[in-house]
Design a protein around this ligand. Structure first.
Ligand code: ATP
Ligand code: MG
Length: 451
């Protein structure tokens, strides 16, 4: 109510004309743009629409980095894009966009959005805003200038014209990129209230780009962090995974903490970041993930979640054992407890559960280093993930380094060396074997009676 009244008094946010930079000034050549994005832009332009490469790709190229993916912005509507480009699909409801597929690549095509659409548009399919300013749906289309104004940060509102090789800069993003400043377009408080996920994005981009968050953009975050509670659990998962799998997770999580954003979004981060022992483990896990991403290796969300929830799982298991439950059922129930508790706030897909559980279940098996068990563990389909997890535990002080080193050597050793490495049977294994031997002896007819 008050927001609307204010908006009426102040009037709509002001659009700006762009500053247009030629190739000589921005230095982004067409060769660095994905052929798929160029093709999409060309098809749209040939059909009479305007089309630009936009967002992260232009920003990253300007900074001399390799873009993760390419986005295209156009004045064609989703239906018009669909009609023009066969291998495409409309996705999203809150924010309808078109995915165009070329080979293995996907280019996201968005239609220019309006800012402050007139009240009559606030209905089904258009812009739907809650009383407190939260945008529930945003599908009112607008002009290019308006589209620039509704983007989040100045460096994300740069548009590249592939025909003329120009960069259109509406909000001083080129200068901010040069000074490495992340600055919200418009009034930060209003923009965070429209979409609280922008707070997480601020932390993510600051970490990924090694930018400094402009003080006015940063200041309201700590106070507004609780607004994240209104974000659906599935969107929170997507946005957090972007941060955790960006190759800059370690810095990203530090940034979240610095902004006070870790409380409440990820219950696991709350717990981890307030306990020094857990922190060492977390940083070992994030460091490992970052290295993998940077080497172009597979970093799986399941593995990461297994790491983030490891302590919660162990605590749940311990609680059940202390309550008198037998070890094995207690472990299974503890796994379920842990995953269910997280899922309330953070909707990770169920297909990840299997791998998370396997990685956890394998851990105690690494402690058994005698008899045939180590060889059996080596042959387990998830051995690699389990072993990688053990290495991280050792690095984070949660498992003996000697144990991890033993497995590092054992898996690559030849048969003879492996045989030498095996530890003598002891503890439970030994007891069980003795029991088995006794049982076998009992089953055999006693020699004295046989004849
Ligand atoms: P990345 O390199 O991680 O893909 P990106 O900047 O391309 O970074 P995307 O999430 O792919 O980020 O979004 C593409 C563009 O859409 C952004 O650059 C920004 O202009 C705009 N955008 C995305 N999410 C929002 C949001 N929540 N609010 C405002 N603008 C947004
Ligand atoms: Mg992108």
């Amino acid at each position: 109510m008050i927001t609307r009244l204010l908006r009426k008094l102040i009037g709509p946010r002001r659009t700006k004309a762009p500053r247009i930079l030629p190739l000589a000034e921005h230095g982004i050549s067409r060769e660095h743009i994905s052929p798929c994005a160029l093709r999409v832009a060309r098809l749209l332009r040939e059909a009479g629409y305007s089309a630009f490469i936009v967002g992260g790709a232009v920003r990253d190229l300007l900074l001399g980095r390799e873009p993760k993916d390419f986005d295209v912005a156009t004045n064609a509507t989703p239906d018009e894009i669909r009609a023009l480009i066969r291998r495409s699909r409309v996705i999203g409801r809150r924010f309808r966009i078109v995915h165009v597929y070329c080979g293995g690549e996907t280019v996201e095509v968005t239609t220019f959005r309006a800012v402050n659409p007139p009240a009559e548009d606030e209905e089904e399919g258009g812009r739907v805003t809650a009383e407190d300013g939260l945008i529930l749906r945003d599908n009112v289309f607008g002009t290019h200038e308006e589209d620039a104004l509704r983007r989040d940060f100045t460096v994300n509102a740069l548009y590249y014209d592939p025909d003329r090789q120009e960069v259109w800069d509406f909000h001083g993003g080129v200068e901010d990129a040069r000074r490495r400043v992340l600055r919200m377009i418009g009034d930060p408080v209003t923009r965070y209230k429209e979409d609280p996920v922008r707070m997480l994005r601020a932390a993510r981009f600051a970490a990924k780009l090694d930018f400094h968050i402009d003080p006015a953009t940063r200041a309201p975050i700590a106070r507004l962090a609780p607004l994240l509670a209104r974000i659906p659990a599935a969107r929170l998962y997507d946005e957090m995974m972007k941060l955790l799998l960006s190759g800059h997770a370690e810095r990203g999580v530090r940034q979240l903490r610095a902004e006070g954003l870790h409380h409440g979004i990820l219950p696991m981060l709350d717990a981890i970041l307030d306990d020094p022992a857990r922190q060492a483990f977390l940083h070992a896990a994030l460091h490992d993930t970052d290295e993998r991403v940077r080497r172009g290796q597979n970093a799986s969300p399941a593995f990461l979640l297994a790491a983030l929830l490891w302590f919660d799982f162990q605590a749940a298991w311990r609680r059940r054992i202390e309550a008198g439950e037998p070890n094995h059922p207690a472990m299974h129930a503890a796994m379920e407890d842990t995953l269910t508790a997280q899922r309330e706030r953070f909707a990770f897909p169920r297909r990840l559960d299997g791998m998370i559980k396997e990685v956890w279940q394998l851990q105690p098996r690494f402690e058994q280093r005698s008899g045939a068990r180590p060889l059996r563990l080596l042959a387990h389909p998830r051995f690699r993930a389990g072993y990688d997890f053990l290495v991280i535990r050792a690095r984070g002080g949660d498992a003996p380094q000697e144990l991890a080193d033993w497995w590092t050597r054992f898996q690559d050793a030849d048969e003879a060396t492996r045989a030498q490495m095996l530890l003598p049977a002891q503890g439970q294994g030994g007891r069980r074997r003795r029991r088995r031997r006794r049982r076998a002896a009992a089953a055999e007819p006693a020699p004295a009676l046989a004849g």
